[in-house]
Design a protein around this ligand. Structure first.
Ligand code: PMP
Length: 285
């Protein structure tokens, strides 16, 4: 848990860190967020996370709460005050606080900015990656603009809980065409029997994961074969390997889909190699 949180200009102990009950993040999920990995005290792919934040905000016509350089300082200060060397830094920007009413409030209303940071145990994550995780497929019932990293995550919460209830760690969301869009909090990848990497192309129906983007750089530099297209649940069941990508887990092997083993039932060699090499292609600052 974050012991110190940055809230609208102040660093506060967790117990005193609050936002207003009229905050539009609370009332309408009218806000966006980012999660950035912290590794050995450095932020991983910060520039890409901040570029995505700018895009999410501009799509929703929410003002950037402060200049990017100042935000970079707040992220580092929050990491330092929470003594995080390995873990994540979380930031949320909402449209601010105003009397509850659907249309945007007066332009003078300042956006809300909250930043927290918490440690993770790198050994525990490594152990999980050694074993690989189970996923289950569930219908994708989200809205039509999930490319915006909004805090409106109720369908993701329900999918994740459904996964948990079925003994899995992640849910893969399936669209009306029977294709997997992405995970509840990760992008989904498979390695087909011919060795081709497959992950869904980006449009309004998936989040452009920063980890996905950096991994695409790695895939291209390593000369691997890749197709960006949707894949069906049946293709996933028949895959040689599978994995998910997200900032907090980088490349996480998937060894079971809907109770059926993927390939040999252990993390595959290509997945392991990509996990091992990932940070060579990421920018730590
Ligand atoms: N898709 C969804 C729905 C997510 O919530 C996340 C993680 N925030 C991702 C993909 C992965 O994105 P990133 O690699 O930027 O963490």
């Amino acid at each position: 848990m974050s012991r110190i949180a940055y809230v609208n200009g102040r660093y506060l102990p967790r117990a005193h860190a609050c936002v207003d009950i009229e905050d539009r993040g609370f009332q309408f999920a009218d806000g966006v967020y980012e999660v950035c990995q912290v590794q050995d005290g450095l932020l991983v792919d910060e520039a890409r996370h901040l570029a995505r934040l700018q895009r999410s905000l501009s799509e929703l016509k929410i003002r950037m709460p402060m200049p990017e350089n100042a935000l970079r300082i707040v992220l580092r200060e929050t990491i330092a005050r929470n003594r995080v060397r390995n873990g994540i830094v979380y930031l949320q920007v909402t449209r601010g606080s105003a009397r509850r009413d659907f249309p945007f409030p007066d332009a003078a209303v300042a956006p809300t900015l909250v930043v927290t940071a918490r440690s993770a145990n790198p050994e525990a994550v490594e152990q999980l990656a050694e074993q690989g995780i189970a996923v289950v497929t569930v219908p994708d019932i989200r809205w039509g603009r999930v490319d915006i990293k909004s805090v409106g995550l109720l369908p993701n919460v329900l999918a994740k809980q459904a996964a948990r209830d079925r003994g899995a760690r992640e849910a893969w969301l399936v669209d009306g065409a029977g294709e997997i869009t992405e995970g509840a909090s990760s992008n989904a990848w498979i390695v087909a029997q011919d060795g081709t990497l497959i992950t869904r192309k980006v449009d309004h129906h998936i989040l452009r994961g920063v980890t996905r983007t950096t991994l695409l750089d790695a895939v291209s530099a390593l000369g691997l074969t890749l197709t960006e297209r949707g894949f069906t649940v049946e293709e996933a069941h028949a895959a040689r390997e599978a994995f998910v990508t997200s900032a907090s887990q980088t490349v996480m092997p998937v060894v079971k889909i809907d109770g059926q083993p993927v390939g040999t039932g252990s993390p595959g060699p290509l997945t392991r190699a990509l996990r091992r090499d990932f940070h060579r292609f990421a920018q730590s600052t």
